[in-house]
Design a protein around this ligand. Sequence first.
Ligand code: CA
Length: 651
Amino acid sequence: MSVQKDRQMTTNYGDPVITGGLEVFDPKFDDIYFYDGDDLGARCSEDRTLFRLWAPTAGEAWVNLYESWNAEQPDKRRMRRDVKGTWVLEAEGNFEGIYYTYSVKIGEEMHEAADPYARAVGVNGDRGCILAPGSTDPQRWTEDRPALASPLDAVIYEIHVRDATIHPASGAVHKGKYLGLAESGTTGPGGIPTGLDHIAGLGVTHVQLLPVYDYATESVDETRLDEPQYNWGYDPKNYNVPEGSYATNPYDPAARIRELKELIQAFHDKGIGVVMDVVYNHVYDGHLIHFTRLVPGYYLRYTADRRFSNGSGCGNDVASERRMVSKFIIDSVLYWAEEFHFDGFRFDLMGLLDIDTMNELRRRLDELDPAIMLYGEGWNIPTELDPKRQAAMVNAKMLPGIGHFSDVIRNAVKGDVFDPKAGGFITADAGYENEIRKGIVGGIRYDAEIRAFAQEPVQSVNYAECHDNYTMWDKIVLATGSDAALLRRAMHRLGSAIIMTSQGIPFLHAGQEFMRTKDGVENSYNADDLTNRLDWDRCNVHQEDVAYMRELIALRRQHPAFRLRTAELIRKHLHFEHSPYHSVAYSLRDHAGGDEDRHLYIIYNSNREPVQVSLPDLGEWEVRFGEPLVRSLKERTMEIDGIGMVVLGIR
Ligand code: CA
């Protein structure tokens, strides 16, 4: 999240005479000026470039053509007013490699801005760049998306491009870059695989990249990459262009595009899909963004007294409910899916966007490929939009096929994220058993007591940690006393085990498999590399834990009973079993077909002491997972040590 800026509000929304007396805030504005063409932006061929800009409140519009990203004198070309508030210019000649901006006259002021629809930019993204289609494709660029029968088969792994390889021992040549994470065969301390090979070795099906669209210069200045700078990138500047600081040359507009494609190709070659973290809910600066310069008052959400709505906490919210904004978001996502072959989209603060936009997007992605995942943060946040229209968890029933991060299971596993010292189920704090059950069933309505936000399991993204808040390891350290030091690894493993066996879509944070720590830093969005980087030394030390995670992922991927497709099937096959306090047990019964176990019994035990449980009378149980914890297993009785998960099966 970027720092909130305190700037004077724009009060110039243009001369109403231009729009026939219609204010930009008027709901009728969309009826008159909605433009549904697919040619906004700059389209170039060898002998001409077509520009189309949507700017209904402008009295004049110009294209400024520049020889370079920092040339001072533009070649100014006047645009012609066209339909639906658009402006056009057809420029004869070859403009490939030329930089451009628009200037619009708003009232008596001239505003210069980058093209929101730009698909290439110069360094720091202040000017668009004209590139020929296809000129940014890598040498080998296939259309192959890894197959995915259902999002419920996915195992998502969240990673920041720079974090992945910036550690001095990462073994990567292009440390901190798109190409660094695309390198195969890299090794680290103790000869362990690092980067791409480490991720592929875990068995995850998808990586989710923290923002890779072009984010603000105030966060990372692409002209000063030799200085220490770090940011997660939740401050969008150019929505349709990759970030330049991860490219080997941010001054070459094609390099960032080609190298991000090479990264995606490298994952696809390993059979791993790539999910893009998209932040359409706010912009880096509501006053400086090209949206506000081109059509002041239109793209962002306002209060009745004409201040920016601020549900995002970043000083502005994007008005997704306005038709040209909704179209912009949908066009943008489809562009990333088609041009870059992304396999899914994770929406930051999705609850701030409107339901219609998200549903239309789901529909359009289904047309392209129904396997493309769509999920986001469905937090319920006050914004200047009717709560009934917000794409939030409370409205999940109106958002079929769209997932929400489950704060239910997250808080049940490790404790409330807003209370640093609070423990959860894994630290054996009291009263979490039922909350864990709500997570196990994927947040669906299982019965009158065990129910959360979801209609179907595909709507629940289950996680114990992500880039936000303390890592699970740091949270455990905060929530437990020194007497627990030797047990913390077991608690952490139990947390991951719950996530990997619950119904819904499991989500891991990079480094969770080696007990990632940020040394107690709760929000590391602009902290240094030392805090954020994946520590391959730690990974080497924790190879046993890495192996444990690999086994968990294999367990899930091997058995379809952990991936039941519908709420109805969960209610039918999943039975909660009696077990002591600080433990939760259940069976998955009568799973038919294949070579898999017909019945499974799963117990999560956070007691430090051994516990004894009675097993359901379904046949002869055998240990499938967690054998070292099993003290005895005789007919209907099992005694297990704490702390951890045991899975039994009957074939
Ligand atoms: Ca940037």
